[in-house]
Design a protein around this ligand. Structure first.
Ligand code: ZN
Length: 134
C-alpha cells in the first residue's frame, strides 16, 4: 500500500479511536477500511452497560461500508494502544472474511507508534468458511 493511503487510513482510524465509547474497559479501538471504490469508512468500539450488546470497531466500519454501497474490503486498519498486537477478535476475523479476498491487507497499528504489522485473512483465519462454501 502506498504511504499516502496508509497515512490516510491511520489518520482516519485515529479519529475514530478518539470517539470510541469505552467507559467500561477504557480500551479504545479505531478501525478504518478502504473499499473497492477507494472510499474510506470508519468504526470504533461501542460498549454498552449490558456488556454483550457492545460492538467492535471493525464491525462498525464494515457496517458503514455496507450501508454506503461498498462491497469489498481492499485494506483495513485497526488501531489502539495495546502493548500486544491488536489483531481482530475471532468474530471480526469472520466479519472481515465475508468481504475480503486473499490479497486484502489487515494492518495493525499502535496509536503512538504507527504501523506494527500487516496480515492477510489466510494468516489470521486459515481454512476459513466463506460465501463460496455455501
Ligand atoms: Zn471484534
Amino acid at each position: 500500500m502506498e504511504k499516502n493511503k496508509l497515512n490516510k487510513l491511520i489518520e482516519s482510524a485515529s479519529n475514530a479511536y478518539k470517539n470510541a465509547h469505552a467507559p467500561y474497559s477504557k480500551f479504545n479501538v479505531g478501525a478504518s477500511l478502504i473499499d473497492e471504490n477507494g472510499n474510506i469508512y470508519n468504526g470504533c468500539n461501542v460498549e454498552n452497560a449490558a456488556y454483550p450488546s457492545g460492538s467492535c470497531a471493525e464491525e462498525q466500519a464494515i457496517g458503514n461500508m455496507i450501508v454506503n454501497g461498498g462491497k469489498i474490503i481492499k485494506e483495513i486498519l485497526i488501531i489502539g494502544k495495546s502493548d500486544e498486537l491488536l489483531t481482530p477478535c475471532g468474530a471480526c476475523r469472520q466479519r472481515i472474511r465475508e468481504f475480503c479476498d486473499e490479497t486484502t491487507k489487515i494492518h495493525i497499528c499502535h496509536i503512538s507508534n504507527g504501523l506494527q504489522k500487516s496480515f492477510t485473512i489466510g494468516t489470521l483465519l486459515p481454512y476459513s468458511f466463506g460465501p463460496e462454501n455455501l
